[in-house]
Design a protein around this ligand. Structure first.
Ligand SMILES: CC(=O)N[C@H]1[C@@H](OP(=O)(O)OP(=O)(O)OC[C@H]2O[C@@H](n3ccc(=O)[nH]c3=O)[C@H](O)[C@@H]2O)O[C@H](CO)[C@@H](O)[C@@H]1O
Ligand SMILES: C=C(OP(=O)(O)O)C(=O)O
Length: 437
């Protein structure tokens, strides 16, 4: 079994560069198949398991996809198949983002229903209501959702009951080729929505208002392949900021976009963390002692749910009582039980967790329950006494590129090992190996 083993107690120092954002690259790659002419060339694409999955989805739809040196080239000018099977949706929910592009371009799309996951039930009803409002017929059966438009989609006024990121993206992509004007009200405002709109506009779409709660789209006849660079990953940046904070370290995070991270910066500053903008990125200096704080997750520009578990790791060693309230997903507290294994004192009360700090964290064997929970357990391990062994790395690999190597380069005592063959192999240097302890 593969594990990440962390030995706590080292202060982290140095520089780390943030990758292109997972949550921006997945919709952008999905959107590339709307282009019926020309090649799309996407830069700063992180080598993540999720990127591999979306590339496989696109290849199986008959797009030509190559991926070298963090650049993906997609030629979708051939006629495409319009069905994405369960195999991919099972691995990654964001596979549903091909629904909008396929429906808009071919009038048909069939995708396996994503179902729930470790953080909540995550339905796609708002995506489907949006397609229906534009004239599509939606049927759900045998574990698949099928959307059909007999004629070209027609622009519509669509109000989202909640500002869903995925629904805003899917509707925006479908509306880009619809006849007439679509207005999305109560749209999601995340930076990744703005990145997708900028990309679609370069392709020839007419979208205004992305980043606000009202997005207007005038449909065009055709979109073209273009070149685009993905925005930096604000959640990976936030995770390294937390690594500096939890170890009392000093890290320069290059390629981080502070304007995308105001709520994270503000809450970290409340905890006594020093954050400075420098020419090449954001410098983060951890204090001797962290102060407690209260956080409520919300849609952007509120505090992101994807940073909730990492902030909880900081609260574990803060001097006093903190509280986190999760309003975006109904079940995103699976890491609480794992933190308890590390001697943390936490109590779940409905949608909130009360954290009694400071805890003297102890290393333990813990499991990543989702990708951010995995990162949070590594963070806790960085300041725990003894060895923390994190398992279920497939979650972490969905969203973090070389997190072990990056933390080790900052001075952490951390390694990724595979003990399935009776010996522990260090992935950073395959020549080194050691006996299982
Ligand atoms: C690939 C990607 O970009 N993933 C991000 C995206 O996920 P995703 O796009 O799935 O998240 P949404 O914004 O859609 O979900 C927010 C909430 O709305 C609910 N909902 C959503 C759609 C719908 O049709 N019906 C419905 O009820 C969900 O169950 C959830 O409770 O935004 C989330 C919220 O910022 C992030 O945590 C994820 O990292
Ligand atoms: C929940 C996340 O991603 P996804 O929507 O891809 O599951 C995340 O990035 O934290």
């Amino acid at each position: 079994m593969e594990k990440i083993i962390v030995h706590g107690g080292r202060k982290l120092n140095g520089t780390v560069r943030v990758e292109g954002a997972k949550n921006a690259v997945l919709p952008v790659l999905a959107a590339s198949i709307i282009a019926s002419e020309g090649k799309s060339v996407i830069h700063d694409v992180p080598p993540l398991a999720d990127v591999e999955t979306i590339n496989q989805v696109l290849i199986n739809l008959n797009a030509n996809v190559t991926y070298t040196n963090k650049t993906v080239t997609i030629d979708a000018s051939n006629p495409l198949f319009t069905e994405a099977p369960f195999e991919y949706v099972r691995k990654m929910r964001a596979s549903v983002l091909v629904l909008g592009p396929l429906l808009a371009r071919f009038g048909h799309a069939k995708v396996a229903l994503p179902g729930g996951c470790a953080i909540g039930s995550r339905p796609i009803d708002l995506h489907l209501k949006g397609f229906e409002a534009m004239g599509a017929n939606v049927t759900v059966g045998n574990g698949y959702v099928e959307v059909i438009a007999e004629d070209r989609l027609v622009g519509a006024k669509i109000y989202l009951d909640m500002p869903s990121v995925g629904a805003t993206e899917n509707i925006m992509m479908a509306a880009a080729l619809a006849k007439g004007k679509t207005v999305i009200e109560n749209a999601a405002k995340e930076p990744e929505i703005v990145d997708l709109a900028n990309y679609l506009n370069k392709m020839g779409a007419k979208i205004v208002g992305a980043g606000t709660e009202t997005i207007k789209i005038i449909g065009v006849d055709k979109l073209y392949g273009v070149e685009h660079t993905i925005i930096p990953d604000r959640i990976e940046a936030g995770t390294f900021m937390a690594a500096a904070a939890i170890t009392g370290g000093n890290i320069l995070i290059e390629n981080a976009e502070i304007d995308h991270m105001r709520s994270i910066v503000s809450k970290m500053e409340e905890m006594g963390i020093r954050i400075m903008e420098e020419e090449n990125g954001i410098r983060v200096i951890g204090p001797k002692r962290l102060k407690p704080t209260d956080i409520k997750t919300l849609p952007h520009p509120g505090f992101p749910t994807d940073m909730q578990s990492q902030m909880m790791a900081l609260m574990l060693i803060a001097e006093g009582t903190s509280m986190i309230t999760e309003t975006v997903f109904e079940n995103r507290f699976m890491h609480v039980e794992e933190f308890r294994r590390m001697n943390a004192k936490l109590k779940i009360e409905g949608r909130s967790v009360i954290v009694e700090g400071p805890s003297a964290l102890q290393g333990a064997e813990v499991a990543a329950t989702d990708l951010r929970a995995g990162a949070a357990l590594i963070l806790a391990g960085l300041c725990a006494e003894g060895y923390t062994r994190v398992t279920e790395l497939k979650h972490i690999d969905r969203g973090y590129v070389n997190i072990t190597e990056k933390l080790a380069a900052l001075g952490a005592d951390i390694e990724r090992v595979d003990d399935s063959v009776g010996r522990v192999i260090l992935t950073e240097n395959p020549d080194k190996s050691m006996e299982i302890q």
